[in-house]
Ligand binder design. Structure first.
Ligand SMILES: [Zn+2]
Length: 592
């Protein structure tokens, strides 16, 4: 590290004076490779700013140590000066050359899904029934009697001619209702307690369109097919507040372990809101949470409450309710995204959108007028155009709303005429690097050779001055920061497909990819004065990585845009990166 740091050309030494409040916990991180990102944004083609610590294709850290007092960064610079300023009881952590970046922000995900999947037994691809029963027995040992045990993923299609039965479940798990959902949605395997709770008995008739599977004696076997599963699933009680808190905490802890200091929850409904409030009230939120309330008909009770109260005003509170999520069109894969012209692979079809998709213009406008930032899901080129039209029209009545940095979620397919409108209307494109590479095998089939050029078009967006923020939309895709950076820089899937990258001219540079997870989402959330870069006075929110994500050696490979340099790790080594530590408001919330 010492020799590495001796090469450093750019060190920004800040004023050395200790004005930290006495009595706060103090932390000094030493021997780090600190990229503060406090220099200017790169140009539209990706070329780093003139004040960036970048020379001859090589990035240099602009600090080796960070001094933290309480929840604030006090100093960024040399080991010597950081240690000189700290008080006596400071905790010193030697980073041994790990890379420090501004705290990463996951700007679009579904926190509860991680927890819900974790609570369900994952039965996918398990072919041995006794193994499944053992899993249920093991789970039952840690769940209070009477609480339902839910699993998902056994294959009712593959097992159709040799269905399982409830005998072992009844015998070994008598005290818990058990429901094991089939992966294809038409079969369920349950124990007697669950079946009785659903109102079925040995003399029950088959429900319309459904079947209670019976043995040769005519007795129930614990397997339900087709519409019969609905009554069983309806009998599963609503989660308790404690369960929902546990589910959210699991998701947020997973975010912390994945290097994120903040998670934006896209589409919060009234079911999970009390759990967020409870976790915030007891100080249990491990990272900052930025909620986007779902604007859908069955969530009006919740949005009406916030319409009356207005958005969170204390920006440093860990629970922020300043956003809303609305839904304009469907997805590209299912041909639900609204296109200006027919789907290339389904003539006559242009998708669904707008009011037929549940977009309530008036409710969204009212919430924006009350000060909420909107994130509107739009995928097709017609969907994106319509949402841009919506914002433009709204600004004519509420000019002050422009300053809220509204977002379009996914912004996957944009007509060439509409790119510049994002910047003109101050609308950020909230996009998923993982979606681009995962959709690449079929996206061109849907769009054709010409339209696909405006799809997942990050470079075109940057050239048009659009603020791009990156996220994973988990649990739909892998929320690993390293996977996101890799996909953004290479336009390749984790498996390396396609080998040349998918429309690699749209790749981000390493710096742009990093900014889309740090500086830019902080800016879009209106908190760049508080976070997003590593600077004295800002929140002590930091992500520490085992690898240097800026110096990537693209020689012999594709990607990296204009700055594809010749030193550092290979692109695929990004995928082997690890989170060393996550620090939020000066507290270590994850350590490898
Ligand atoms: Zn989503």
């Amino acid at each position: 590290m010492t020799t590495r740091f001796a090469l450093i050309v750019f060190i920004f030494i800040l004023a050395a004076c200790n004005n930290a409040p006495v009595g706060e916990a103090e932390l000094v991180l030493t021997n780090g490779f600190v990229y503060s990102l406090s220099w200017g944004d790169p140009a539209g083609d990706g070329m780093p700013a003139i004040d960036a610590p970048f020379e001859d294709g090589i990035w240099y850290p602009d600090g080796e140590a960070i001094y933290i007092s309480g929840d604030r960064i006090m100093y960024v610079g040399t080991n010597e000066d950081a240690l000189a300023q700290a008080r006596e009881n400071v905790q010193v952590i030697d980073l041994h050359g790990a890379t420090v970046i501004p705290g990463a922000i996951e700007s679009h995900g579904h926190v509860h899904e991680l927890g819900e999947h974790h609570e369900q037994l994952d039965l996918l691809d398990i072919n041995d029934r006794s193994e499944i029963i053992d899993m249920v027995v093991e789970r039952a040992a840690s769940v209070p009697a009477g609480e339902w045990i839910i699993g998902w993923g056994w294959d009712e299609g593959a097992w159709a001619n040799d269905l399982p039965n409830w005998d072992a479940l009844n015998e070994r798990v008598p005290d818990h209702p058990v429901v094991l959902k089939g992966r294809r949605g038409f079969g369920a395997w349950a124990n007697k307690r669950a079946i009785l709770a659903a109102g079925f008995a040995n003399d029950s008739d088959n429900p319309d369109g459904g079947e209670l599977v019976r043995d040769s004696n005519g007795d129930l076997t614990g397997v339900l097919l087709n519409n019969a599963v609905d009554a069983l699933y309806d009998a599963i009680p609503e989660q308790t507040l404690d369960q929902r808190k546990r589910i959210l905490l699991f998701g947020l802890d997973e975010m912390a372990a994945s290097g994120y200091v903040a998670a934006h929850h896209a589409g919060v409904r009234s079911d999970y809101m009390p759990a967020y409030d409870a976790l915030a009230g007891s100080g249990e939120l491990p990272i900052r949470t930025h909620l986007m309330l779902a604007v859908v008909a069955d969530n009006r009770d919740l949005t009406d409450i916030y319409l009356a109260s207005g958005p969170t005003t204390d920006l440093s509170a860990f629970l922020q309710v300043r956003g809303i999520k609305a839904y304009y069109d469907g997805s590209l894969g299912s041909r639900g995204a609204q296109l200006l012209a027919d789907y290339a692979d389904m003539p006559g079809s242009r998708g669904v959108s707008g009011s037929e998709y549940g977009f309530d213009t008036q409710v969204v406008e009212d919430l924006i007028a009350a000060g909420f930032q909107a994130g509107v899901h739009a995928i097709g080129d017609a969907g994106n155009r319509a949402v841009l039209d919506f914002y433009e029209d709204l600004y004519s009545r509420h000019p002050e709303a422009r300053a809220l940095n509204h977002r379009i979620e996914h912004a996957q397919v944009v007509h060439p005429d509409d790119f510049k409108r994002f910047a003109e209307l101050n609308v950020a494109a909230s996009m998923e690097p993982g979606h681009a590479v995962e959709d690449s095998p079929w996206a061109e089939d849907r769009l054709g050779a010409e339209r696909v050029k405006g799809a997942y078009a990050w470079r075109t967006m940057r050239e048009n001055g659009i603020t791009v923020i990156f996220n994973s939309d988990y649990s739909g895709t892998d929320h690993s920061l390293f996977y996101g950076l890799f996909a953004a820089m290479t336009r390749k899937s984790a498996g390396g497909q396609p080998p040349g990258g998918w429309y690699p001219e749209q790749a981000m540079t390493p710096e742009e990819a990093l900014r889309a997870y740090t500086v830019w989402p902080a800016s879009v959330s209106g908190i760049l004065e508080q976070t997003g870069t590593i600077e004295a006075g800002k929140w002590a929110d930091l992500t520490i990585l085992s690898i240097d994500p800026l110096n990537i050696d693209f020689s012999g490979d594709i990607g990296g845009g204009v700055v594809g340099g010749g030193i550092g790790i290979s692109p695929s080594e990004l995928l082997e990166g690890e989170i060393v530590m996550t620090i939020v408001a000066g507290k270590i919330v994850y350590q490898r």
